[in-house]
Ligand binder design. Structure first.
Ligand code: FAD
Length: 410
């Protein structure tokens, strides 16, 4: 619907605009986020091949230049002879046509109301936040130093800028974060419900004086070249685009007022004169209670012509959204072509994600990122043999998943 109708977070009229971090998470082999991406690559995912072409340095993570990425996807969709792109707000789910609802966490109010009508349930909300971005040229490089934790980087270069703090600086900073003035909640003000993996920085700070130092500000694996020692805490800045013209403050999503953000974040050594290109923000997240509504092929049990994909289907994260999009697309195509809908093998990350969405406990349902605990455990004997070697167990789970997917695709 953009740019005809805007959302509180999107800035452009491009398709596949990434609104917060530019990371598709780790490319380290035998991790769950890696497995999900490998499986999507087996399906020739357009979004992952565009991500590879838009890649910028980001340690072990697949981080992309968001402008190049969105442009590649927009071009592909706009130039496809099989797709008619109409830019308008959809306010009603059609009664009989095969439909995929993929309107995301910021689904417009009118459509959300219709989804509530069709699903027979109320909308669900939780809160999330986006982190600030600073102009690279305004970071003081005599203080901030380049390094990846434990020297792990994409190409041997040091991908992050690290702003080191001593104990005194850290304690003053935490105090300022906790006492900064925040933006009031607009919805359900009494009961803000955060997604644990994306907590606002002030919420983390309130959980204890050291929580930030053991969370997004942990100094492990880093040495300040000025002192030759590990700092007491660090703020990591991650490159935002291919020209390295901007950096985001990793893990610094927050909902402080903008002038407060400038005041508080300029206390960070190296950012005393930083220009903020974007401030952190709070945003709404809309998703359905998927296990109460969907089957493993992502369609409504009560209205099998309607599929859900992306964040609104009850997953969290870019890659998980891409994954459910690809799956719902394939299932919907099979339905139209009168082919059988074959759910993905349970051993795969894709199959496990679909199984979680459709089969988890609907009471207090929370959207999921891909993790190994969504996948079935190894058989008892193997688990016992590898009980002291988590890495080997994960490698086995990944190998089993990729073999199952191979067989499925054959
Ligand atoms: C502010 C914010 C920050 C986030 N940060 C991160 C992050 O750092 N990392 C991460 O992995 N995930 C993050 N997420 C979650 C992220 O949104 C998802 O991971 C992913 O973008 C969801 O993809 P999607 O296709 O489901 O939705 P979107 O990417 O939001 O796409 C849905 C599209 O549907 C359009 N739309 C909505 N309603 C209608 C309508 N009625 N008619 C027509 N079009 C409509 C929207 O304009 C939008 O373009 C964030 C979400 C938000 C809102």
């Amino acid at each position: 619907m953009r740019p005809i109708r805007v959302t509180p977070a999107h800035k452009t009229d491009q398709l596949a605009e990434l609104v917060c971090s530019n990371s598709f998470k780790t490319e380290t082999a035998d991790t769950a986020p890696w497995l999900l991406k490998q499986e999507l690559r087996q399906f020739d995912s357009l979004l992952l091949s565009a991500a590879a072409r838009a890649r910028v340095p980001g340690g072990q993570a697949l981080t992309v230049d968001r402008a190049i990425f969105a442009e590649a996807i927009s071009d592909a969709i706009e130039s496809s002879p099989l797709i008619e792109l109409r830019r308008e707000e959809v306010t009603r789910i059609p009664d009989d046509a095969v439909t995929i609802v993929a309107s995301g966490p910021l689904t417009s109010d009118a459509l959300a109301e219709d989804i509530a009508r069709v699903t027979g349930s109320d909308r669900l909300y939780f809160y999330d936040a986006i982190s600030p971005i600073v102009d690279a040229h305004t970071v003081d490089l005599s203080i901030a130093f380049r390094a990846s934790r434990y020297g792990k980087s994409m190409d041997g270069s040091d991908d992050y800028l690290n702003c080191p703090m001593n104990r005194d600086e850290y304690e003053r900073f935490v105090q300022a974060v906790m006492t900064a003035e925040s933006v009031p909640f607009h919805i359900d003000a009494d009961r803000p419900c955060y997604f644990e993996a994306c907590l606002p920085v002030e919420e983390i700070a309130r959980r204890g004086p050291d929580t930030l130092r053991f969370g997004p500000m942990k100094p492990m694996g880093l040495e300040d070249p000025r002192t030759g020692r590990r700092p007491y805490a660090v703020v990591q800045l991650r490159q935002e685009n291919a020209r390295a013209a901007s950096y985001n403050l990793v893990g610094f999503q927050n909902h402080m007022r903008f002038p407060e953000q400038q005041r508080v974040f300029r206390m960070i050594p190296g950012l005393e004169r930083a220009d903020f290109l974007r401030y952190g923000q709070i945003h709404r997240n809309t998703y359905i209670n998927a296990p109460a509504l969907l089957d493993p092929t992502l369609r409504l049990r009560a209205r099998p012509n309607v599929y859900f994909a992306g964040q609104i289907s009850g997953v969290e994260g870019y890659v998980e959204s891409i994954a459910t999009g690809l799956m719902a697309g394939r299932f919907a195509a099979a339905a139209v072509l009168d082919q059988p809908l074959r759910p993905l093998p349970r051993e795969t990350a894709l199959g496990s994600l679909c199984a979680y969405i459709s089969g988890a406990d609907p009471t207090g349902y929370q959207p999921a990122n891909i993790t190994f605990d969504l996948l079935p455990p190894l058989d008892e004997e193997l688990r016992r043999a590898l009980r002291n070697d988590k890495k080997a167990r994960h490698a086995r789970v990944c190998r089993r998943a990729l073999q199952a997917l191979d067989a499925y695709l054959q």
